[in-house]
Ligand binder design. Sequence first.
Ligand SMILES: [Cu+2]
Length: 144
Amino acid sequence: MRCSARHFTWVACALAPAIGTFAFARAQQAPVPRVIEVLADHDSRFRMAGMKEPVITVHANELVTLRITARKAKNRNRDGSIHGFSLLRAKDRSRVPGWDFLLKPGVQEFTVRAPSDPGEYVVVCTVICSDDHEGMHMKFLVLP
Ligand SMILES: [Cu+2]
């Protein structure tokens, strides 16, 4: 890195190597989230490769990256969303904070931390994407 008097004070120049080292150490420590691939399909169904009935299984507090491919069904929201992906607790259908996503056509990624409570959850679509929208849901299991 070049430090010129025009862009940096000498303090910033003196600190830059230390900050760089710190950032590098942090980057090395950060766990790489596991990628979970989901298809939000044109027939208002969630799908996962190799599974007849799609199920997302995670560990409590696990950091995961959802890589969701969305294909348009019949309808879209005014904002252009074609499906939704929202996590509910199975026992009372309450929403899990931070797990409510609107999907645009194509591939999108969301990196999120799994719930801390092990148990059964359900993913539901939140866009009235077709007449079959009510059937657009999938299981989600949180292991201890
Ligand atoms: Cu949908």
